[in-house]
Structure formats: structure tokens, C-alpha cells
Design a protein around this ligand. Structure first.
Ligand code: UDP
Ligand code: MG
Length: 315
């Protein structure tokens, strides 16, 4: 029989429109579950009314806890901070905007009690998201799968349950540009997916603008694969090969066919393409070096400015 205390982690970044509803639905679900629980909100440097709204709620129920970051550190880091402070035998991560329905949690817990260490939620359908987001997400997850040497399930976000053991491993990983869902796959253990329909955001707008989405995607690829480096090397070989073939053609034209050597246009084209390819491959190499630089500084992942309702067990 597995132990039954649960930690629910919910990151909040400028979620004043959804915070109360989120608390309501999450506590309703957790109250009904057999076992004790805590809900850890991680306020990722919100600048709207999220904090005063949450402070009121936290004062009324000490099973609700919160960590304030000193500034915005990003969604993935917020989740990690939640894991660092969770004391449950199983830890569940959920978005605040109720796109991940908390009502799915009992099903996840069922699987956990049946012996699974990781239960991830697979988005069978996505409602209320732009065509661009849906298509880019579909393409990205499949591209990531092609690029990486580990098996990251497609169409899966961070909505998942992990056991205490997996959580311990996760918190021992110190890498900075984190792609949490990838790391959970990398960890291994007995994993299973359950399908659900991704709802519309309850209120407010997405806190993942294009720039953040792009960074997350690049983090996903670069933290699990060096294939981009191999690909850029192969591209170099390929283009050099074309250059050699073209050189032979030019020699034949000049000496065997006696054709005059003309064509400043072709020179310009080749020059531009080569210049572009060089910059791109250099950029890819640079990206990896930037990551080494980030890691070598060894700064803490996040800075906590305040904790609410947390006791010594949470540290
Ligand atoms: N979030 C965060 N820090 C950020 C961006 C987002 O903690 O810098 C939280 C946000 O409050 C929400 C979750 O991450 O609980 C997912 O964000 P969102 O719903 O905006 O992303 P989307 O569902 O549009 O991909
Ligand atoms: Mg959302």
C-alpha cells in the first residue's frame, strides 16, 4: 500500500483573474481525496493583484501554502521550486488557468496507487487555443521526438503526478535551462499517460508569449540532444560537396568546352548562402556555449522573497 499525502503545485504569474477560481476548484478536488494534502502556489514575480488575493485565501486555510519569488524566473523554475518544497508522497503539477482540469487528479492518484511512479496527462484535444499554437505545438512535439535520444511522450505538458522518489531525483538535478517534462521522461521509472481534453483558459491571457514559447522549445531540444550540432556539421559537408562539384563543372566548361567564365550573379548567390549557413551553424554552436556559460556560473535557480504557511518540513 502506498502512502497517501499529496502535494499539488500551481505556478502563478499575473493570474489575478483566475486565482480564486483555481483555489476553489483545486481545494474541492483535494478535499474529496482519501489522504492528506497541501497545495503549494509558486508566485513567479506577479506584478498584478495575485499576491493580495492569495494572501487572503492563505490566511483562511493553512493547507494552502505559497512561495514568493523575488522576480519572474519562469514557469519551469516555478515548478521546480514547488518540487523542492513539497512534502507529499506524490506530487502533482498543474497550471493555474484551469486548462488542466483538477478533476483529473483522482484518476492520476488511482494510477499512482496502482504502482506507477509518473502519471502524465496527454492532451487528446485542445480547446480555445489559436490555430498557430495548436499546429506549432503538434509540430514541435514531433520534432523534439525526432531530435532527442530519449522517449518524451508527444502532446504532453507539465500536468502530471510524480512519486516522491521521482521528485527527489528531479530536485537533485541542478540544470538551469530546464525542460521539466523532458527531465521527467529522462528519469525513467514506471510511467503511464492518461488522456484528457485541454480546456480553454478560464480567464485572462496566456503568460506564454511567442518569445517564451520559443525559449522553452530551444531548451527542450538543447538540453536533450546534440543533434543540431551534428546537423550543422553535415550541412557544412553537403555544401562543400556542392562547391567541389561546381568547381569541376567550371573547369570542364573552361577547358573542354571553351566557354567563357561569366556570372557575377552566381558568385553573389553562393557567397550569400554560404555566409548565411556559416552564421547559422555558428549560432547553434553559440547556443550550446551559452548554456555551458549559464551552468558554470552556478547561481541558484531562483530566489525566494517570502513563504506563507510553510513549516520546517517544507524546507
Ligand atoms: N507561468 C509562470 N511563469 C511564467 C509564465 C507562466 O509561473 O513566466 C505560469 C502561469 O501562471 C500558469 C502556467 O505557468 O499557471 C501556464 O501558463 P499559461 O497558461 O499562460 O501557458 P499556456 O497554457 O498558454 O501555454
Ligand atoms: Mg494555459
Amino acid at each position: 500500500m502506498r502512502d497517501k499525502t499529496y502535494s499539488l503545485i500551481i505556478p502563478l504569474y499575473n493570474e489575478e483573474e483566475v486565482a480564486l477560481e483555481c483555489v476553489k476548484r483545486a481545494t474541492t478536488v483535494m478535499e474529496k481525496i482519501d489522504g492528506d494534502y497541501e497545495i503549494i502556489f509558486v508566485n513567479d514575480g506577479s506584478v498584478d493583484k495575485t499576491v493580495p488575493i492569495m494572501e487572503k485565501v492563505l490566511a483562511a486555510n493553512n493547507k494552502l501554502k505559497m512561495i514568493n519569488f523575488s522576480r519572474n524566473f519562469g514557469h519551469q523554475i516555478a515548478i521546480t521550486a514547488g518540487m523542492d518544497h513539497a512534502i507529499g508522497d506524490a506530487v502533482i503539477v498543474m497550471d493555474a488557468d484551469l486548462q488542466d482540469p483538477p478533476e483529473l487528479i483522482p484518476q492520476m492518484i488511482e494510477k499512482y496507487l496502482a504502482g506507477y511512479e509518473v502519471v502524465y496527462a496527454v492532451r487528446a484535444k485542445r480547446k480555445g487555443e489559436s490555430i498557430f499554437k495548436r499546429i506549432s505545438a503538434k509540430v514541435f512535439y514531433r520534432f523534439l521526438r525526432y531530435m532527442c535520444n530519449i522517449d518524451i511522450p508527444v502532446d504532453t505538458g507539465d500536468f502530471r503526478l510524480i512519486s516522491k522518489e521521482v521528485c527527489k531525483v528531479m530536485t537533485s538535478l541542478t540544470e538551469r535551462n530546464r525542460y521539466v517534462r523532458g527531465l521527467v521522461s529522462w528519469v525513467g521509472f514506471k510511467q503511464i499517460g492518461i488522456e484528457y481534453e485541454r480546456e480553454e483558459r478560464f480567464a485572462g491571457v496566456t503568460k506564454y508569449p511567442f518569445k517564451k514559447m520559443l525559449k522553452l522549445s530551444i531548451d527542450g531540444i538543447t538540453s536533450f540532444s546534440t543533434k543540431p550540432l551534428t546537423l550543422s556539421k553535415n550541412l557544412g559537408f553537403f555544401i562543400a560537396l556542392i562547391g567541389f562539384i561546381y568547381a569541376i563543372i567550371v573547369v570542364i566548361q573552361k577547358f573542354a568546352l571553351n566557354m567563357p567564365n561569366t556570372g557575377w550573379a552566381s558568385i553573389t548567390v553562393v557567397l550569400l548562402i554560404l555566409g548565411g549557413v556559416q552564421l547559422i551553424t555558428l549560432g547553434i554552436v553559440g547556443d550550446y556555449i551559452a548554456r555551458i556559460f549559464d551552468e558554470s556560473k552556478n547561481r541558484p535557480l531562483y530566489i525566494v522573497s517570502k513563504k506563507y504557511n510553510m513549516d520546517e518540513h517544507n524546507d
